[in-house]
Write a new protein. Sequence first.
Length: 225
Amino acid sequence: MMVQDNKYWYLRNHKLFDQLNSNEIDELCIVSNMKNAEKNDIIYFSESEVKKIFILKLGTVKICREDETGREIITEMLTEGDIFGHVNSRGSSFEFAKVLSDQVKLCFFELSNFMQVLEKNPSLSLKFADVVNEKLISFQQKYEDLIFKNVDTRVSDFFKRYAKHHGKFIGDRVEMEMLLTHQDIADYTASSRQSVTSIINRLVEKGKLIYEGRRKVIIANINNL
């Protein structure tokens, strides 16, 4: 009963489902499941036989794929409320989701069940289409960044984007727990670990980035990064 209550209130409060009535939320509860996972667990494969939609309730996840050479590329970093899984088709690239934080909590649906819910509710279907469209726009922006921006700019933009989703703002100063390694940042910005380390060292020397311990990072002034 406790699990069912948790599912109900989580779905009730999620922005995707906030226009549904109690009976419709109850229907969602019937076809949804909850899952916990720990750091470095892989929780989704694009090639899985059973297609699923995931909603992140707690924690942080990275979405990765492999390029033509087999190198891992981080395409998204997701936090509470974000949706991922078999959301849309972007070709045959192998994609997977890996836990970044110490633990995560997820709500998930088998895609076939979720599509049946969408068919019954046109307004929900439209909101979900908006989610898919936002993801496509985000991928397009990232692709353009890789083409038109140099490595220094891509790394700086990474920290700004990470701060937006993971940081605690105190005016223009941002404090955040850094869950990614230099290699992860390189994989996200399509650069080398050596380049990322060199750029970060320069930002630290200039006082634009401050590292306190292994995981706490401070952006002194996000407007000057």
